[in-house]
Design a protein around this ligand. Structure first.
Ligand SMILES: Cc1ncc(COP(=O)(O)O)c(C=O)c1O
Length: 396
């Protein structure tokens, strides 16, 4: 007699990523023959530049198929170290870097190594979907601090101070931000870092969109602000967004704290082991590319951002804070929800997919229930069609 497996209690708290679920739903509809505009998932539509793909092909054909060091090869970590120095003036040694299967795993390693049971992690909302779930999986407690459209969706030092408690352990910062596109200026970041340092917080700084910027926005890492900020920061980044390498799964954690590096490497050695060897070779080439190599990607995002801003400028009941970085439109539809007598954007997103065949993500996934997020890192014709359907649905 067959018996269904009984699951561990811990699985009750597992939430699948809503962006991945929506992406899958959109792909299902497309497979059924519908013309779907899929703006749910956050990945550049372009292919990585030829040099990156050639490096992977060469590695695959050249027998590069064995385990590597768990934290990534020395030459890859040297390439990360060079890129951090070149792009941000930050000096990390290769032994201060752990390369993982994407920034997602690097973040999970960081939360798992930093949070004791019931430690609080301060998380400004809107936030990237995986932070609260990963913090909870690590045994910590996310303390969500809302930031609104009027303030450009940015955490203020006052709000941060108010959220502090004796259990506060770390602050999560993500600039440029997914989903809002907010980019903190030097002085905004300095003010937050000062509060964090005064209270002995560790700063987990997710910088995966550091190169996806719309001038005059400029990327600043908290690690660059002072020697104390460098020590307190765990810097997370990866190749997914800058080099259009989402599927290659390479990201990293960098920190001058040898204990954290040892712990993250030990955790990874018992879970996934090294990131994929062939992808490591490709990422090494990516990180050594000059900025011009990916300028065409940024030019495409810049033009599409303009399309988004123009299309949504005049839609009553909505508000779009122009994104200064990343490639998402984060549209508050609070005015529309009041008109429709709805409490959250979830039902609108469901209808938009079912009736108009446009996949966007409800803001509830990001801790901002009266907004929707859509990616503009999609082909021009898909974006144009999606904007027509979306604006019609919002006006309906
Ligand atoms: C803010 C943020 N951090 C981390 C990640 C994960 O990136 P990776 O593909 O390197 O795991 C994403 C991906 O969407 C993201 O938006």
């Amino acid at each position: 007699m067959s018996k269904t497996p009984s699951l561990a209690r811990r699985t009750k708290s597992f939430q699948a990523s809503p962006t991945a679920a929506l992406d899958a739903a959109a792909k299902r509809l497309a497979a059924e023959g519908h013309t779907v505009c899929n703006l749910a998932s956050g990945e550049p539509d372009m292919e990585p530049v030829a040099a990156i793909r050639e490096a992977a092909a060469k590695a695959a054909m050249g027998g590069y198929s064995k385990y590597t060091q768990v934290s990534g090869t020395l030459s890859l970590r040297q390439a990360v170290s060079r890129a951090l120095l070149r792009d941000q003036g930050l000096s990390y040694q290769p032994d201060q870097i752990v390369v993982s299967a994407g920034a997602k795993q690097a973040l999970f390693n960081a939360f798992s190594c930093l949070l004791d049971p019931d430690d609080e992690a301060i998380l400004p909302a809107p936030y990237w979907v995986s932070y609260p779930e990963q913090i909870k999986l690590a045994g910590g407690r996310p303390v969500i601090v809302p930031a609104d459209a009027a303030g450009g969706y940015k955490l203020t030092p006052e709000a941060l101070s108010q959220a502090l408690s004796p259990k506060s352990r770390l602050l999560v910062l993500n600039s440029p931000n997914n989903p809002s596109g907010a980019v903190y200026t030097d002085s905004e970041l300095s003010a937050l870092v000062e509060v964090a340092l005064d209270h002995g917080l560790t700063i987990v700084s997710d910088e995966v969109y550091q190169q996806v910027l719309y001038p005059p926005a400029r990327h600043v890492s908290p690690a660059s602000l002072s020697a104390a900020a460098f020590s307190a920061t765990v810097l997370i980044s990866g190749v997914s967004k800058t080099y259009a390498m989402t599927g290659w799964r390479i990201g990293y954690l960098a920190s001058p704290d040898p204990d954290l590096i040892r712990a993250a490497a030990a955790l990874q050695s018992q879970t996934s082991g090294n990131p994929t060897a062939v992808a490591q070779r490709a990422a090494e080439v990516a990180w050594d590319l000059p900025p011009e190599a990916t300028r065409h990607q940024l030019a495409a995002f810049t033009a599409r951002r303009r399309l988004v801003l123009d299309a949504l400028a005049e839609v009553t009941g909505t508000e779009l804070v122009p994104p200064n970085g990343a490639f998402y439109g984060f549209l508050s539809i609070a005015g529309c929800l009041r008109r429709w007598r709805e409490e959250a954007a979830d039902a609108f997103c469901e209808r938009l997919l079912a009736e108009d065949k446009v996949a966007v993500v409800p803001g509830s996934a990001f801790g901002a229930p009266d907004a929707i997020r859509f990616s503009f890192a999609v082909a021009d014709d898909v974006l144009k069609e999606a904007l027509v359907r979306l604006t019609q649905a919002l006006r309906r």
